[in-house]
Design a protein around this ligand. Sequence first.
Ligand SMILES: [Zn+2]
Length: 90
Amino acid sequence: MIDNIIDALEIFHGDDEEQFADDLVYLAHIRKHDLFYFENRAARKLLDMDRCPYCGARYEHREYYELHDELEGKPREKMIATYCPNGCDA
Ligand SMILES: [Zn+2]
């Protein structure tokens, strides 16, 4: 995985070796709080992609209705449950 990230950075920078070198220096000296940010950013991106931040599986959605019998007419409210098919959020 680390090799893929470095290969992607090299492709991203194209012929700009100075920028690629700057990124490599950053990675060579990455600190704990940077890793924490990296971890959060990756998890948020997976959520934006509607995927589980733990295993990467695409989330599944199930519709159901919640009965409000405390209200007049006992209306039903449509709800959507989002869950990981691998049970990470169980
Ligand atoms: Zn999962």
